[in-house]
Design a protein around this ligand. Structure first.
Ligand code: MG
Length: 155
């Protein structure tokens, strides 16, 4: 068994859509980035790649490449899974935490788990997504950005 960890941050700005775990969430701001800036899916991909020691998404999908402008991160997750499955690995389970002061994410978590488990082709009960605030502290607490951590266990 092998374990991997991923971490990502994106800045919250006006005039962008908020996408987390493939779910479009109604909010006054969205995350800034070259792709759809889905910080949760980015952390998850880095955890999977980290478990296989296959680098990170910055290496695989460089933001200097116009092909990834506005990219759907769930589609990139499918590519990451194809790569790791082609190496003979299998995903046992993943656990993700989103750090956001607002909006409330609990209503969207079941849909995120469904989308992410479908993309990885594993059971939804092997995919955990949690959300927490940081009690108003730091950049997430002040609503300047959203961060996400993920760990992945592969065999
Ligand atoms: Mg990112």
């Amino acid at each position: 068994m092998r374990i991997g960890h991923g971490y990502d941050v994106h800045r919250l700005v006006e005039g962008r859509e908020l996408v987390l775990g493939g779910v479009k969430i109604p909010y006054e701001k969205g995350l800034l980035g070259h792709s759809d800036a889905d910080v949760l899916t980015h952390a998850l991909m880095d955890a999977l790649l980290g478990a296989c020691a296959l680098g990170d998404i910055g290496k695989l999908f460089p933001d200097s490449d116009a092909a990834y402008k506005g990219a759907d991160s769930v589609e990139l997750l499918k590519k990451v899974c194809s790569l790791i499955y082609s190496k003979g690995y299998r995903i046992s389970n993943v656990d993700c935490t989103v750090l956001a002061q607002r909006p409330k994410l609990a209503p969207y978590i079941p849909q995120m788990r469904e989308i992410l488990s479908d993309a990885m082709d594993i059971a939804a009960d092997c995919v955990s997504v949690k959300a927490t605030t940081e009690e108003g502290l730091g950049f997430t607490g002040e609503g300047l950005g959203i961060a996400a951590h993920a760990v992945a266990l592969i065999e």
